[in-house]
Write a protein that binds this ligand. Structure first.
Ligand SMILES: Cc1cc2nc3c(=O)[nH]c(=O)nc-3n(C[C@H](O)[C@H](O)[C@H](O)COP(=O)(O)OP(=O)(O)OC[C@H]3O[C@@H](n4cnc5c(N)ncnc54)[C@H](O)[C@@H]3O)c2cc1C
Length: 409
């Protein structure tokens, strides 16, 4: 048997949507001698085993960092995950109808860079006519949802056998003589590489501990409920025509049998919990939140929990993702803490890494202190403060944050 090659130009730990996004960046740069390592039997076996992840930009009271970042990331997500994109818009309801004004929201949206084609405020009456929801809010015509699992499968099933190693858990990483070494729990070498990408959700925390980096990550359990109800139920007259978001989110209900509708509603948010069992109380919570959001006096018992998706989100203490090269650790990159915005953050990261790697390759150097934006993303609004807000350096003692290099011409 020939000895397998263990030396790669890049290694990605984690085959969820984060790992899939990085594989796209590597391929965009013609880096093909790479390896994806995951403890699962194939891609998307953990939090990314999710088929209905909603996607629309965040709107705040003003142009905050989160608002500017999601404005950018949403546009990238539509391109990066185009083949798994579904839906015909998202209607976002404010946490409370009290004080909601279409006019004030309209001004806010303009201030935050939205044209009416991107985000349209609707009064209660307009929403009832257009969406069949009796509440004011903001309609994102381009919003939708992504089948994250199928997006991952599309990426990982196209890999050569030499590019993926499944059922393999990385227990330790270390840097020696210019390369990263990955070992399993019996200290056997899995691979070595000059470029190591940590795309393994909460698992990144443990691996970072082994190189004295403390990432403040925590688990947040979430349950998405798949309810079914009879076609004679009162709910039928009140079904939204598009996906909704707000206190809870839902997809438009679909008819699955001739007398049965199915309605996907989520998602609970249990901080510090990592239990993957299905909970009855989470179904009740999802149903209650949706009824509260829609202001409906409809019967809870008519919605029957049929199945669930349960996952554990990885969330950093400031709730932003951790994206980019890690300052002071040559050839180490992170993409973790995607929280509840896996679709958008992974897409933004994929485009940023594509540009960054191209710049590193062109200069035959690692740029661990700098994150190269690329002309297109910079023109789209990716400024130094935004890129700095994503870097791992914000959590590293004594390290000033990564600077963004903006193209000079
Ligand atoms: C209920 C729920 C609803 C959600 N709704 C939305 C939504 O509407 N919109 C949205 O955008 N996002 C949503 N999300 C978030 C989204 O699902 C996640 O952000 C995303 O799936 C995280 O992807 P990931 O690749 O970072 O992590 P994962 O998919 O968990 O991938 C990490 C991978 O790393 C592997 N791994 C870990 N440690 C090791 C190791 N040491 N060695 C080898 N392999 C390792 C794991 O096996 C796993 O495959 C939701 C999440 C939940 C739970």
């Amino acid at each position: 048997m020939p000895t397998p090659n263990l030396n790669f130009d890049a290694v990605v730990i984690g085959a969820g949507i984060a790992g899939a996004a990085i594989v796209k960046s590597l391929k965009n740069n013609n880096i093909n001698n790479f390896l994806v390592v995951d403890k699962g039997l194939c891609g998307a076996t953990q939090t990314s085993a999710h088929s209905e992840a909603l996607c629309h930009p965040y709107i705040g009271r003003g142009p905050s960092r989160l608002q500017r970042l999601t404005f950018l990331a949403f546009n990238e997500a539509k391109q990066v995950w185009a083949t798994s994109w579904r839906g015909n818009g998202v209607f976002h309801l404010p946490r409370s109808q009290e004080g909601f004004s279409k006019e004030i929201m309209g001004e806010r949206l303009l201030e935050q860079g939205f044209t009416p084609e991107k985000a349209l405020p609707l009064s209660k009456e307009e929403a009832l006519a257009k969406i069949n929801v009796n509440a004011g809010g903001t309609y994102f015509p381009e919003g939708g949802w992504v089948n994250i699992q199928s997006a991952c499968h599309e990426v990982f099933e196209s890999l050569l056998p030499s590019q993926a190693k499944w059922s393999t858990e990385v227990a330790e990483i270390k840097f020696e003589n210019g390369s990263w070494y990955l070992q399993d729990s019996s200290h056997a070498l899995i691979a070595l590489t000059k470029r190591l990408f940590l795309a393994n959700g909460l698992g990144a925390q443990r691996l970072c501990e082994s190189i004295k980096i403390d990432l403040p990550l925590k688990p947040v359990r979430g349950q998405l409920s798949r309810f079914r109800f009879n076609h004679e139920s009162d709910w039928v007259a009140r079904l939204p025509k598009v996906s909704l978001s707000g206190k809870a989110y839902c997809l438009p209900p679909t008819m699955v049998e001739k007398d049965t509708y199915e309605w996907v509603i989520g998602s609970t948010y249990d901080e510090g919990v990592d239990d993957l069992e299905e909970w009855d109380e989470s179904h009740s919570e999802n149903s209650a939140l949706m009824r509260e959001m829609l202001g409906l006096e409809l019967l809870e018992e008519e919605l029957k929990a049929y199945s669930a998706f349960v996952g554990v989100r990885c969330v950093a203490s400031d709730r932003l993702p951790i994206i980019g090269p890690v300052r002071g650790h040559q050839g180490l990159y992170t993409l973790t803490s995607l929280g509840s915005r896996g679709v958008m953050w992974s897409a933004l990261a994929s485009q940023m890494f594509t540009e960054h790697l191209a710049h590193e390759i062109a200069h035959s150097a690692f740029l661990d202190a700098r994150f190269f934006a690329g002309a297109r993303l910079a023109a789209a609004g990716l400024t130094a403060d935004l890129a700095g807000a994503l870097g791992a350096a914000r959590f590293l003692a004594g390290a000033s944050n990564s600077k963004l290099i903006l193209p000079s011409g």
